[in-house]
Write a protein that binds this ligand. Structure first.
Ligand code: DP6
Length: 356
C-alpha cells in the first residue's frame, strides 16, 4: 500500500481528530513488525481523542525527516523524538514525501496527559490519517474510501498496535480470525454493520484511579509475553473468546459480553503478574472498584461491567438504558476511589473526523 508524491507549490495541510479505543479482547503479545499474536476487538470511543494537524512545506535537502513538533501548544522533546523515529521508519515504504519537505506537526489531546489515559491509539491514528490525507492531496484525490482507511490503519499499527483499531466507527477487529472475513494482522477492519444496536450506544466511564506514569510501557509488556510460559495457551484462549464475543456482539447478548470483557481484563493483569519480571499494575482502588461493580450487579441485576487497560484505571461499561442508575452508583460509590474524583465519561463513538 505504498505511494508516491509530487512537489507542492504551497504548504499542504491536513487535520484529523481521532478517538481512543478500549479493547474488549486484548492485544497482548506481538512479533515481527508490530504483528499481533492474537486478534482483538475494541469499542471506538468518542470523548478521549487527539487532534492533529500536519503541514508539509519547504523543500528538505537533508535526506532525513525534518520535524518541528508541538504537543498541547508546547515543544515536547520526548514525544518529538518518538514521532521522528516513527516517521523515519515508515517514509521509504509508505510516504516518500516525508523526506522531501519539512514537516510541522501540531497535536493536542482532549484529555489531560497526566490522566493516565493511553494516548498512543488516538495520537498515532490521528497522525496516520493526516499523512494519508496529505498523500491524497498530493495525488489530487479527495475520497476517503476503504483503501484510505486500510492504509491509515496499517500505518497506525506501525506506530502503536492498538491505534489501528481507532480508524473505524463503533467496533473494530484487528488480527486475522477465522470467523471474521477480511480480518488481517496488517490492519484493522470495521465491523459495525454486524453489531447489535444495543452496543452502539454503550457507555465507557473511565475512572482515573491513578494519574501517574505507567511502570511498564506497553511495548515492554508485549515483549514479556515472549518468555511467558502461559503465552501459547493465552493465544488459544483469546481466539476462542473472540468467537464468543463476536457472537454476543451480533446477538446483543449483554451478559455474555460483560463476562468475556471482565475475564479478558483479569487475564491481561494475570499475565503481567506472572511475567518475568512481574508487574502489578492494579492499585488498591482498582480492586475496590472491581468488587463494588460485581456487588452492585449481583444486588440490582443492572448490567454494568468493567474492563482494564495495562494500568490501574477502570473502564465501566454499561448500556445506555441503565445510565441514570449506574451514574448514581458511580458518583456515590466509585468516585471516592478516583484520583481527585476524576472520571472521563465516554461512549462508543462514530470514529475519526477530518478537521476542515
Ligand atoms: C493492553 O498498542 O499500546 O491496551 O503496539 O507496543 O504500542 P504497542 O502497544 P499498545 O498495546 C495496547 C495493549 C492493551 C490492549 C489493547 O489495546 O488491545
Amino acid at each position: 500500500m505504498s505511494n508516491s508524491t509530487e512537489m507542492p507549490s504551497n504548504p499542504i495541510k491536513a487535520g484529523w481528530e481521532s478517538p481512543s479505543n478500549i479493547a474488549l479482547i486484548k492485544y497482548w503479545g506481538k512479533h515481527g513488525k508490530q504483528l499481533p499474536r492474537n486478534s482483538s476487538v475494541s469499542f471506538t470511543l468518542s470523548t478521549a481523542a487527539t487532534r492533529t494537524f500536519v503541514t508539509i512545506k519547504d523543500e528538505n535537502r537533508t535526506g532525513k525527516v525534518e520535524l518541528d513538533f508541538i504537543f498541547n501548544g508546547k515543544e515536547n522533546p520526548a514525544f518529538s523524538a518518538r514521532v521522528e523515529n516513527f516517521l523515519n521508519s515508515i517514509c521509504d515504504e509508505y510516504f516518500t514525501f516525508l523526506k522531501k519537505y519539512s514537516i510541522h506537526i501540531d497535536t493536542s489531546n482532549s484529555f489531560p496527559h497526566s490522566s493516565g489515559i493511553a494516548s498512543s491509539a488516538s495520537g498515532m491514528s490521528a497522525l496516520a490519517l493526516c499523512l494519508c490525507d496529505i498523500e491524497n492531496q498530493l495525488n489530487d484525490k479527495t475520497n476517503f474510501d476503504e483503501n484510505f482507511c486500510l492504509k491509515a490503519s496499517e500505518v497506525s499499527r506501525l506506530g502503536s498496535g492498538s491505534a489501528c483499531r481507532s480508524i473505524y466507527p463503533e467496533v473494530a477487529v484487528w488480527g486475522q480470525h477465522e470467523d471474521i472475513p477480511g480480518s488481517s494482522d496488517e490492519y484493522a477492519i470495521g465491523i459495525r454493520h454486524q453489531i447489535h444496536p444495543v452496543f452502539k450506544s454503550f457507555h465507557d466511564d473511565i475512572l482515573i484511579i491513578s494519574a501517574g506514569e505507567k511502570s511498564v510501557s506497553s511495548t515492554a509488556g508485549h515483549n514479556l509475553m515472549e518468555g511467558n510460559p502461559f503465552a501459547p495457551v493465552r493465544y488459544q484462549q483469546a481466539n476462542q473468546r473472540m468467537k464468543l464475543l463476536i457472537t454476543a456482539l451480533k446477538q446483543g447478548n449483554i451478559s455474555d459480553f460483560g463476562k468475556i470483557a471482565e475475564d479478558e481484563a483479569m487475564t491481561l493483569h494475570a499475565l503481567m503478574m506472572c511475567s518475568d519480571p512481574s508487574y502489578i499494575l492494579m492499585e488498591e482502588g482498582t480492586l475496590s472498584v472491581i468488587r463494588k461493580i460485581k456487588q452492585f450487579r449481583e444486588q440490582t441485576s443492572i448490567p454494568v461491567f468493567f474492563t482494564l487497560d495495562a494500568g490501574p484505571n477502570v473502564h465501566v461499561l454499561y448500556p445506555d438504558e441503565g445510565e441514570s442508575q449506574v451514574n448514581a452508583f458511580i458518583q456515590n460509590e466509585l468516585k471516592p476511589y478516583c484520583n481527585e474524583g476524576r472520571i472521563i465519561r465516554d461512549k462508543v463513538g462514530t470514529g475519526p473526523e477530518k478537521i476542515s
